[in-house]
Ligand binder design. Structure first.
Ligand code: DOR
Ligand code: ZN
Length: 438
């Protein structure tokens, strides 16, 4: 199968050029100034459009196996392609949790059968199962929940955390951290129950910024001792990020989620529990600080923490409603809209949605438009506007915290391994993504 994308504005080797991109057998074969002498089975004229590397969302919860009522690989990978994401890395808090080699294999087989996008897996750290971690192959990371969230994965004891960091170092595997301090959360939750803080507007108080800061401090102190690689997931607060930035070096990285960039406490009146996630929405000041540090390159990348829950679960009262929001289908356009508004550069979007996640996790042959790389792209129209609508979402749960907002920057086509998998709203449902290599 060969594909020629003509006259596309591409970002390659730190600059934008109008080029022709010839792909064959899933790879970028040639990037040329002329199309002379090139014959392809399929051609796309991309005049006036930007061809960017396909998005890599390294933080998704696709729920299968075990929670297929909420979501599955087919539905959520459809949402991903519709949103310009061509590769995802799935989190281990499924049922069973991905904490054994057998469970990893089971998830692999499901994704191979059902995923439209390329996929990889984070392996969960669980007490008593550290040997499994040592045996797991081709995984992105070891995921550690320092504070409890959806599922039952939690590492509270410092000596266990240390053992895991040591395994990470020995395997040259990055440890990725949900950094919220369980003790602080527990104490605050007790108070919340006693004083009946039964409203999502208290979420930021219960799972406080302090809980994030303390967990980050603890992890950094331990990293200094062990010298392993760590990555902070979904940093939500200015104070938390400041702790990371003070300590940051090539072994410490971090990500931010779209909801922590674009939403804050003031949106909860409208969102109710559809704005409940861990860590919580903070303040406008936090949004602005995170965005500033994304622009300067101090935050490595954006990942969505795509965590679907059913509408009826979110409609329960605050104490009973699960935490998590969808994100995989909206993240690219949310950032493109920032480009249209001239708040960030398009090259920054390319870095934080493709190049940098590939770099941090060591994903082979992805994240850049260069000869020899995989032919995963998104073709975007930066001039076109659209309104985000719950009913148009491909996620099984059919809601987004960004419902109703207008964005400039439309995903026109998503191309994976040189095949057009999403084209102006139409999805090639029979397409199959492949497991990525680390
Ligand atoms: O809000 C969240 N939802 N945070 C997590 O850490 C887990 C996630 C989920 O899986 O629902
Ligand atoms: Zn998550």
């Amino acid at each position: 199968m060969s594909l020629l994308i003509k006259n596309a504005k591409i970002f390659s080797k730190n600059n934008f050029y109008v080029k022709n991109v010839f792909c064959e057998n899933g790879k970028i074969k040639k990037i040329t100034d002329t199309t002379e002498g090139i014959k392809a089975e399929k051609e796309i004229d991309a005049e006036n459009k930007f061809l960017l590397p396909g998005g890599i969302d390294s933080h998704v919860h696709f729920r299968e196996p075990g929670m297929e009522k909420k979501a599955d690989w087919k539905s959520e990978s459809s949402a991903a392609v519709a949103g310009g994401i061509t590769t995802v890395i799935d989190m281990p808090n499924t049922i069973p949790s991905t904490t054994t080699v057998t469970a990893l294999q089971e998830k692999r087989e499901i994704a191979e059968k059902s995923s439209l996008v390329n996929f990889g897996f984070h392996f969960g750290a669980a007490e008593g199962k550290l040997e499994e971690m040592k045996k797991a192959e081709n995984i992105a990371s070891i995921k550690i929940f320092m504070g409890s969230s959806t599922g039952n994965l939690l590492i509270e004891e410092e000596n266990v955390l240390e053992e895991i960091f040591i395994i990470g170092k020995e395997k040259n595997l990055i440890c990725i951290l949900h950094a919220e301090d369980e003790k602080i959360i527990k104490e605050n939750t007790k108070k919340a129950k006693k004083e009946n803080w039964n409203d999502v507007k208290f979420h930021n108080k219960t799972r406080s910024t302090e809980a994030e800061v303390q967990a980050i401090k603890k992890a950094i102190a331990l990293q200094k001792k062990i010298g392993n690689k760590i990555h902070f997931l979904h940093v939500s607060s200015r104070k938390g990020l400041q702790e990371i930035l003070e300590a940051k070096n090539e072994k410490i990285s971090c990500e931010v989620c779209p909801h922590h960039l674009f939403l804050n406490e003031t949106d909860l009146e409208k969102l109710e529990n559809f704005g409940k996630m861990n860590p919580p929405l903070r303040t406008k000041e936090d949004n602005e600080f995170l965005m500033r540090k994304l622009i300067t390159g101090e935050i490595n990348f954006v990942a969505t923490d795509h965590a679907p829950h059913l509408r009826k679960e979110k409609e329960k009262e605050y104490f009973d409603a699960p935490s998590g929001v969808t994100g995989v289908e909206t993240v690219f356009s949310l950032l493109l809209n920032e480009v249209a508004e001239k708040r960030i550069k398009l090259e920054t979007v390319v870095k934080v949605l493709a190049e940098n996640p590939a770099k941090v996790y060591g994903i082979k042959n992805k994240g850049k438009i260069e000869e020899g790389f995989d032919a995963d792209f998104v073709l975007v129209d930066l001039k076109k506007e659209f309104t985000v609508k719950n009913e148009e979402m491909h996620s099984k749960c059919k809601w987004t915290p960004f419902n109703g907002i207008k964005l400039k920057g439309v995903i026109e086509k998503t191309i994976i391994a040189g095949e057009i998998v999403f084209d102006k709203g139409k999805i090639k449902q029979e397409f199959k993504g492949k497991e990525i290599e680390f």
